[in-house]
Design a protein around this ligand. Structure first.
Ligand SMILES: [Fe+2]
Length: 267
């Protein structure tokens, strides 16, 4: 065995609509598992106030803060990003200074950048992932939502996810991208495998895909854009052995218990 790296992955916390019990469970597992690598796969920050759903309504950023002058714009945006920023920081704190941290920004995380472009272009160069969430100073690598998936370890690529298909969102993205994927976005837990016997000079190739659930409060006010939440709470871990990630999906039970590497975690 040339290496054995431990890896944790989660997505779709949707701060400030996070499920605090899921957040506590995630860090409880992290404290024990001691990952070398942590990936946060997007929609960490919900950013409802920059979305097309609140545009022109009382919950839109420029309606909420209509009496503020220009100088207050960036601090108010940093205020709105506080929950996600603290989550990124706590991952660094618990995973430790040597852990490799990566985030694939989701469609919600980048709402603010599109909003700046449309409504506050004077601030577009000031409002960055560093200004909002301290991603550079916390040592995160990251990709924007419009980037192709990032190759991580072995065959595995990560991104927030493109397809939102009812069943088999990761399967749909595997069909378009033709690589092994771990992703969020669908808020569902699923895995899918495809084998091509003639690839790889006749040795064959199996690509793998995982959609890793969510960590938000689906009953919260921010998730009312859909009445029907056919979603599952969870995350994923992996052991990377000889550059091959062995992935385990962690489904979290209704009482917030889960089992990781044979160890039972409860709150
Ligand atoms: Fe998403």
């Amino acid at each position: 065995m040339t290496n054995d790296l431990r890896w944790m992955l989660s997505s779709d916390q949707q701060f400030p609509y996070q499920d605090n019990k899921m957040i506590e469970l995630w860090f409880k597992v992290m404290d024990w598992f001691k990952p070398h690598v942590v990936d946060i796969l997007g929609d960490t920050d919900d950013q409802a106030c920059y979305s097309k759903y609140t545009e022109g309504r009382s919950a839109e950023f420029l309606k909420m803060y209509k009496d503020q002058n220009g100088a207050a714009i960036v601090p108010l945006m940093q205020h709105e990003a506080k929950g996600a920023r603290e989550f990124y920081a706590r991952n660094r704190e618990i995973a430790g200074p040597d852990a490799e941290l990566f985030t694939a920004l989701g469609n919600h995380d980048i709402r603010i950048f599109n909003y700046m472009d449309a409504k506050l272009p004077d601030f577009i160069n000031i409002v960055t992932p560093e200004a909002l969430w301290n991603l550079d100073s916390l040592g995160y690598g990251y990709i924007y939502y419009d980037a192709l998936p990032k190759k991580r370890y072995g065959d595995i690529h990560v991104h927030h996810g493109i397809s939102i298909a009812d069943a088999g969102a990761v399967r749909a993205d595997m069909n378009s991208l033709q690589v092994s994927l771990i992703r969020g976005h669908s808020h569902r837990l699923a895995s899918h495998f495809q084998t091509y016997e003639l690839r790889n000079k006749g040795k064959g190739e199996t690509i793998r895909g995982y959609e890793i659930g969510h960590m938000c409060d689906e009953k919260g006010p921010g998730m009312k854009y859909t009445q029907h939440h056919d979603w599952q709470k969870g995350f994923a871990i992996a052991h990377i052995v000889n550059d091959y990630p062995h992935i385990q999906m962690i489904h979290v039970a209704p009482d917030y218990s889960c089992v990781v590497d044979g160890k039972v975690f409860t709150l």
